[in-house]
Design a protein around this ligand. Sequence first.
Ligand SMILES: Cc1cc2nc3c(=O)[nH]c(=O)nc-3n(C[C@H](O)[C@H](O)[C@H](O)COP(=O)(O)OP(=O)(O)OC[C@H]3O[C@@H](n4cnc5c(N)ncnc54)[C@H](O)[C@@H]3O)c2cc1C
Length: 553
Amino acid sequence: MKLPYIIIVDDDVQVLRAIQRDIRNQYREEYRVAATESANEALDVIKELKLKNESVALFISDQRMPEMEGVAFLEKAKEIFPDAKLVLLTAYSDIEAAIRAINNVKLDYYLLKPWSPPEEKLFPVVNDLLNEWHAIYKPDHEGIRIIGFQWSPKSHELKEFLSGNLVPFRWLDAENNEEAEQYITSANVSKSDLPLVVFKDGTTKANPSLAEVANAVGLKQKATEKMYDVVIIGAGPSGLAASVYGSTEGLKTLLIERHNPGGQASSSARIENYLGFPSGLSGAELTHRAITQTIRFGTEILTPQEVKSIRLQDVYKIIELADGTEIHSKTIVIATGIAYRKLEIQGLENFTGAGVYYGAAAIEAHACRNEIIYMVGGGNSACQAAMYMCKFAKEVNILIRKDALKQTAASYLVEQITKTPNIHILPNTEVTAVQGGRVLEKITLKNTKTGAEKILPAKALFIYIGSAPCTSWLDNLLLKDEKGFIITGRELVKDKSFHTHWKMEREPFMSETSIPGIFASGDVRFGALAGISSAVGEGAMAIRFVRKYLQEM
Ligand SMILES: Cc1cc2nc3c(=O)[nH]c(=O)nc-3n(C[C@H](O)[C@H](O)[C@H](O)COP(=O)(O)OP(=O)(O)OC[C@H]3O[C@@H](n4cnc5c(N)ncnc54)[C@H](O)[C@@H]3O)c2cc1C
């Protein structure tokens, strides 16, 4: 455990040395003692300590100092370490100032100079104060801290990225958490610079990019090998499964993810249909297990890194990343899945991440405590999210265009929802407008049968209205269906243009695309059964064909 600090400030070097010596001799086993002649320097040190997650138990400051009076110094120090005990060193003539300070700054004690013998005049007082401090002291979270506004899209993005990459962090809401102010002061930033990220070593970054955060927390963004056996694009369940199988089979495997690993599944509050987990598990837990497993087998993961295109050079594949770097591989598995369709309402994009969310129920759950919230969509995802959010929100309203939920969702979910008193289904309803300032405040609902509209207060709107495959970045490199799903295996042979694309003697393997050595797996593949189990199965299967292809090379 890190020892807490006692900080002493006195511009008179002799007095400083004397008190530092006495305090150090007595307390050095349990405290670190720092002493300085300058109040300004002490304030800089205090800010640094705050950012480094250190604790200060006691400040001792002389009253008469040229840079600022001791009372003013203690007042500033208390803003950063509010629980620390404050002792003012005074000459007899300053007693009045000290007594005033007891009320104004909540000074804990004033100590008259000289304090000898310390066994009688100094240590008993300091012992009491340190005991009091210990009684209320709680060690701070060791890891990263994010200070920001609850409803800011950038804060949301950072939280989602860190949790998705299994990086623990502590969130401090700048509006409701007193400690947030201490970090803002310590980092010398203003509220307009938020979100502020304070890393373990005390360094800070205001409004950082995901790449900057990824670098600082040690997530890899540069590939180490010159040539990979297989590069897997997308770290959803399918890509993660492919990476586990690739690595266990001894292939040089690289997994690239543009956001955080886990894909759609990571936003699932409860997966109840995954083999081997009879009481279900959350998407975050499944992702956690999969990442731990794949890293253990030696997969390299790059995140956040987006693949922009694929180029071919003979039988080799060149993968171009958004940051301009290139990666070479013998084979590729595309597991980029599908992305949520956006709800087309004017001005809605202004609130994305600030009250409007696409599939982010789990991460925003606590912010919705005791609030009235809305879910758009009547599919399984919306129902699962509603079941999760009803434990936090006062009221969850599911807006569906159809007459009944049973037309669009699995029956076990419909049954759970019907039995939950704070979930309401609003049939034949759509959102037609949104309003708010910095964050979403109101939504307009329209009854599609009667045309009647009403405006209601809404803290959050979660949207689950279907999706499209993430394949636009591939342009026309591969054969896709009219919706953009990648065609593979036998389905390719049925395509009119198959022979223009395919020049090999053998037929494409089951998950192979129209380019030999490039495979597709999971939701992005035409004809795939959407769902976690099939995505995982397809990821594993793709590796089997990767091996076969490598044997032919
Ligand atoms: C809220 C919710 C709840 C669900 N619950 C269940 C459930 O309980 N049971 C179930 O069986 N299924 C469930 N599903 C469906 C299931 O999650 C998906 O079928 C599954 O995640 C598909 O896996 P995938 O790996 O094919 O694709 P995805 O999960 O979509 O992952 C694709 C990944 O590729 C990344 N990517 C995309 N483009 C690029 C690029 N150019 N460069 C780099 N990376 C890229 C994406 O960021 C993403 O992480 C749920 C889905 C949602 C949204």
